[in-house]
Design a protein around this ligand. Structure first.
Ligand SMILES: Cc1cc2nc3c(=O)[nH]c(=O)nc-3n(C[C@H](O)[C@H](O)[C@H](O)COP(=O)(O)O)c2cc1C
Length: 370
């Protein structure tokens, strides 16, 4: 009933709140014998960590992860490996500041989840947004790090491709340069434009939205399933489950509606290596819910942060009308820090799809002419 779990064979349950002592997750179904220590997970968490730039929340969290179960090491396994049992991970919260939230103890932030949580449960941990807080996404990133080890041949890379009205020219997207700037921008030329935009937004006490693009290369044909386990449907559900996500596109997405059949259908030839060659990738690497062997591509639209310093009209738990400006440390553009989370969700979905494909078919691929 509580829906804190996702995945089928690679099954992730997250737990914890923003201002509790810790948060974490349990990954169940990870195959045994995979080398795994905290050092495999920490670098991914470090990419999501708050407090790392001028345009993200200044909350300082080391996000140091500890593995509590599901791994083993002895003289026969000198490198610690997974055992096939649930892997539990914990991340301490160390920089909580609850006083920032006294004003929203009774009031509902417009655009945030305060009101529906109250309407549903009648009680809510308002400190830092409690369970609604994107602190929870640290646990997703930890799970995603394990998923990446399950599908080691797959490379998953995300990038911010739009902040506010300023989009990157699709022809200039280069995923290999995203680590060179504080925005995960795939084109260095956009950085000064975004810097100026965010400076204006921050000074105004406002916030702005963003679009994150992600691609997974190295996914073989065959992952995913018709009809109710479509890979694109599962990716969309996983990506929409990220805080502040408001839209997901696979491949050409909404633009496909404006294309002709000729423009949209990815033509095929036989490649020199005996593997089919697609001449374009409007499908985003998925047809009929099953991967084609092309890069799996998606885009996620993130709304502007709802906690802003501008005075807004709202109501409180007593039903009284009031005005509220939200203090505290907030991301002026949540899409920036969402990049590692988007990658992690794609990793978890693909690891799950891989394990299910292997369970049903043995994992082989049928190639034309073979
Ligand atoms: C990485 C990340 C950081 C976020 N930081 C904030 C924040 O600082 N302040 C805020 O109000 N919302 C923030 N959010 C968004 C809220 O968590 C989200 O809007 C809220 O849980 C309501 O859910 P919904 O927007 O999905 O409907 C963040 C989201 C992400 C993905």
């Amino acid at each position: 009933m509580s829906h804190n779990t996702f995945g089928h064979l690679f099954r992730v349950t997250t737990w914890g709140e923003s201002h509790g002592p810790a948060l974490g997750c349990v990954v169940d179904g990870c195959p045994p014998g995979i080398q795994l220590t905290e050092a495999d997970i920490q670098p991914w968490l470090d990419r999501r960590r708050p407090g790392q730039g001028k345009f993200v929340t200044q909350r300082q969290e080391p996000d140091a992860v500890r593995i509590l179960s599901g791994v083993f090491q002895d003289e026969r396994h000198p490198d610690q490996v997974t055992t096939g049992t649930p892997i539990s991970m914990i991340i301490d919260n160390v920089d909580q500041r609850s006083r920032d939230y006294s004003e929203i103890a009774q009031a509902f932030r417009p655009g945030h989840a305060d009101y529906p949580y109250f309407a549903k449960y009648g009680v809510r941990d308002y400190r830092g947004g409690g369970r609604q807080s994107a602190r929870e996404t640290a646990a997703r990133v930890a799970a995603g790090a394990i998923a990446r080890k399950v599908i080691e041949g797959v490379t998953i890379r995300g990038a911010v491709v739009q902040i506010g009205p300023h989009a990157v020219d699709p022809a200039k997207v280069d995923f290999s340069v995203t680590g060179d700037n504080e925005f995960w921008a795939p084109d260095p030329d956009i950085v000064p434009i975004w810097t100026e935009h965010l400076e204006t937004v921050r000074k105004a006490g406002s916030s702005t939205g963003a679009v994150v693009a992600v691609e997974a290369t190295g996914v073989p044909p065959g992952w995913g399933a018709p009809l109710y386990g479509k890979l694109d449907a599962e990716l969309a559900a996983a990506l929409m489950s990220i805080n502040a996500a408001k839209g997901v596109e696979i491949g050409a997405g909404f633009d496909a509606a404006a294309l002709s059949g000729e423009e949209n259908a990815d033509e095929m030839r036989m490649g020199n290596d005996g593997v089919p060659l697609f001449l374009s990738n409007k499908a985003g690497g998925v047809l009929g819910g099953i991967s084609t062997g092309q890069a799996v591509t998606a885009r996620v639209a993130f709304k502007p942060t709802s906690s802003i310093l501008t005075m807004r009209r709202t109501i409180n738990e007593a039903g009284e009308e009031m005005e509220l400006r939200t203090k505290g440390r907030h991301d002026p553009c949540v899409g920036i820090r969402a990049v590692p989370v988007v990658e992690a969700m794609v990793a978890c979905v693909l690891a799950d799809a891989f394990l299910r494909h292997r369970a049903q078919t043995g994992g082989g691929i049928h190639q034309p002419g073979a």
